[in-house]
Design a protein. Structure first.
Length: 149
């Protein structure tokens, strides 16, 4: 399975989940940085090919839980309900739940802070949010030393 085989609903759930992991809250977040685009592009890479089915299964499970508890799609749930659903997955002792949440969390951060050429971190807004310019990142800025490596 590839991301291209994901349904539009699954892609929307992915985008909504990333937006709750890294919400805008009056600043920049996953939506502004186009994180879901970066995640989908990353999942197309062969190194992620074995986890795509797990991500899809996790998104479907998240949707099923939203339908069960809130009688609506995860995408349409209130932000606090989305947060509670994600927290439930994060705290679930089942190894798959832990794997899915960590994968989603890591891919969200990668999409926010990765090189914009991969589809996320639109116009370097993730880098600017943490106080770095694109030039500093590309030069290998070392924050502890305050100088280029």
């Amino acid at each position: 399975m590839t991301p291209a085989m994901m349904t539009d609903e699954q892609k929307s759930i992915l985008a909504a989940a990333a937006a709750r992991i890294l919400p805008s809250d009056g600043n920049v977040g996953a939506n502004e940085a186009k994180v879901s685009t970066a995640i989908l592009r990353a999942l197309e890479h062969k190194i992620y090919s074995t986890i795509v089915p797990a991500v899809v299964h996790g998104l479907d499970a998240l949707e099923a839980r939203a339908q069960e508890l809130h009688k609506q799609s995860f995408v349409d749930c209130l932000p606090e309900h989305q947060d509670a659903l994600l927290h439930g997955i994060q705290e679930d002792p089942h190894p798959f739940s832990s794997f899915f949440f960590r994968t989603l969390f890591n891919l969200t951060l990668e999409g926010f802070l990765g090189d914009p050429k991969h589809g996320g971190n639109r116009q370097g807004i993730g880098w600017r949010w943490i106080g770095l310019t694109p030039d500093q990142v590309r030069r290998g800025f070392c924050a502890e030393e305050g100088q280029s490596q």
